[in-house]
Write a protein that binds this ligand. Sequence first.
Ligand SMILES: [Zn+2]
Length: 260
Amino acid sequence: MSEIKKNQQIALYTVELKTTSPFHIGAYQDPMSDVNSPFTTLSGVPVVQGASLKGALRAQLEEYLILNYPSDTAMKPCIPAPWNNLSKDERALLGQKGQPGPYRGSSCGEQRGWPKTLCPTCYLFGAQGLVGFVRAPYLYLVGEEEIEEVYENRRDRASNTVASGANRTLQTIPQGAVFRGTLEVILHDHIRKWTLGQPRRKLQSYRDEWLEPHGRDPQGDFIREFILDRLEAIPRMGGFVSKGFGNVEMKVTPAGEKAV
Ligand SMILES: [Zn+2]
């Protein structure tokens, strides 16, 4: 045997998140601790989970599609949740009675039609029962910054003093900290015959309508337009945004390819 064949060709990108205000990514509260809002850590290292990054990137792409392809129905994103979980206000974003809204519907994977037509965001990030092309990494804190504890208190409106028993402890990372990880984008999957930017013709139950009939050039502007530029446009992440937390600067740089 001369060369072992690998199934997937993957493009790698180094993602850096720099905090430009205090930053909080929430973890579950430890019942043994008096910290009310702990920061997420992995083996003691502060992290931004892949799911948080993916959620922020997906939301950023939704906004881009709505603003930049307003008259193209196939480019409309779905709201990635089941219909039953949508709020009244979210349902209003789907439009009604011949008046299309900014979103096409609830999660694409939930459609009754056959085959289900996937939106661009479900193509890239996955829908119920179908993986996408983008794998968001955990971002790890690099550098010397450490978790800081902020004490919040609530004023008693009657006495105008700090309400008793109302001190809350919140863990944050200060501004100027850098988190880093490696984003993976599947360029080609040999077994499934998937190529980024092309419709996946072997799928019976799904249609990549937005790429039909011929797809887009994956090597050219496709990755930049729909993934990298959207990542760099993420303005804020995490919790307590209304208190001025979570402002970030994102930077993405190519880091080669690998086969797996
Ligand atoms: Zn969708």
